[in-house]
Design a protein around this ligand. Structure first.
Ligand SMILES: C[S@@+](CC[C@H](N)C(=O)[O-])C[C@H]1O[C@@H](n2cnc3c(N)ncnc32)[C@H](O)[C@@H]1O
Length: 355
């Protein structure tokens, strides 16, 4: 296919040369990289001048010139690499990839190749292969059990907070590959539920799109506070371990979730408070805790401030003191409650509010 513009080039062109060309064009948009480019041009001019001098001397002395230390192509390649690493250092992956995690974020494969889905007897829906379970690498039985446990907690909140469980429109916000959403499907036909899943990871969404029936709607979202739904569309929006990793734009996210909720609809999300802080502190010698949080954070026995953000956009942890979260969420929702973590598992609190 002949490219018609740079976008087409990124998607369909074959050679690394085109990639380098495009990468260079992008890199040149950054002022620091532009300066680097100017320095590179100056270096090239000096190399050319030196080559000419060497050649003159060689001719005069009638002996072969020394080969130039740095060939222009090599210098150019180095400059491109430096420019790209500068871009990577200054920007997270997100602007480069249109504020979501595209299919080829982890592998240069389009479309992605998945291991076969896992079929478990008695389950209506296939399970994602282990590689697509994202942080839930235990056995199939564990994966199912914890997902069902959390779905039951959510259903309990819904039963308590809504006049009826019938004909609900339910969104799993940050659904990953459907670990919790799958369990709502068991009763969806009986109750007339319309199920929707949204995640910024196109790969996880793509897995569900390929392997689950069409009546479960799944969409790739973005890190920007925008949801592709009409206002007043959902009775319930829940999310497990999503606001725990949403570092920025809390207010506009809450407003966006509020917009798509129906009046009286419920927002149910888990968050990190002092509980989670303590949990990480108690486990601060564990590799997984150290991997999730910087050593500086793990040294504090109690939360040192009203809220703490740690890490890059796609790999971060966000903590709010319970009282601060309550005050903040109450700006956007009514009847807000911050509930303690469930007894059996999870160090995360649940926040429940209503539009
Ligand atoms: C820790 S995982 C939890 C996944 C799932 N809720 C579960 O409990 O298995 C957090 C998920 O939220 C997604 N996510 C983070 N920010 C998001 C956003 N702004 N919109 C939609 N999904 C988001 C991530 O891609 C990831 O799949």
């Amino acid at each position: 296919m002949k490219p018609t513009n740079d976008l087409a080039i990124t998607q369909y062109q074959d050679g690394p040369a085109m990639f380098t060309h495009l990468a260079r064009k992008i890199a040149l948009m950054v002022p620091q990289v532009r300066r680097l480019e100017e320095e590179r041009n100056a270096a090239l001019r000096r190399i050319n001048a030196l080559e000419r001098q060497i050649s003159d001397i060689a001719q005069r002395q009638e002996r072969p010139a020394e080969p130039a230390q740095a060939q222009p192509e090599h210098v150019m390649q180095q400059a491109v690499e430096q420019a790209l690493s500068r871009v990577r250092a200054e920007y997270t992956s997100l602007p480069r990839f249109g504020y979501h995690l595209p299919l080829d974020y982890e592998a240069l494969t389009l479309p992605p190749a998945f291991d076969p889905p896992v079929m478990v007897e008695g389950e209506k829906l296939p399970l994602p292969p282990v590689a697509e379970r994202h942080g839930h690498a235990g056995s199939d039985a564990d994966y199912l059990e914890w997902g069902r446990y959390e779905k039951d907690i959510l259903l309990g909140f819904m039963r308590e907070g809504l006049p009826s469980l019938d004909h609900l429109s339910i969104m799993d916000f940050g659904c990953s590959s459907g670990r919790i959403l799958r369990h709502f499907y068991d009763d969806a036909a009986d109750h007339g539920w319309a199920l929707t899943g949204v995640d910024v990871s196109a790969r996880r969404i793509e897995w569900m799109r390929r392997h689950w029936p069409r009546d479960i709607q799944v969409y790739t979202g973005t890190f920007l506070p925008h949801l592709p739904f009409e206002s007043n569309s959902f009775d319930v929006i829940y999310g497990m371990s999503v606001f725990t990793h949403m570092k920025y734009l809390w207010d506009t996210w809450l407003l966006e979730l509020r917009r798509v909720l129906k009046p009286g609809g419920m927002l149910i999300q888990s968050i990190h408070t002092e509980h989670a802080w303590r949990f990480f502190y108690d486990n601060n010698q564990q590799a997984w805790a150290q991997d999730a949080l910087g050593p500086m954070i793990l040294q504090h026995e109690t939360m040192p401030s009203d809220f703490v953000y740690f890490g890059d956009l796609d790999k971060n942890q966000v903590f709010w003191k319970r009282e601060i979260a309550l005050e903040f969420w109450s700006r956007y929702f009514r009847d807000v409650r911050v509930l303690p973590p469930p007894e059996r598992y999870s160090y995360q609190n649940w926040v429940i509010g209503r539009k």
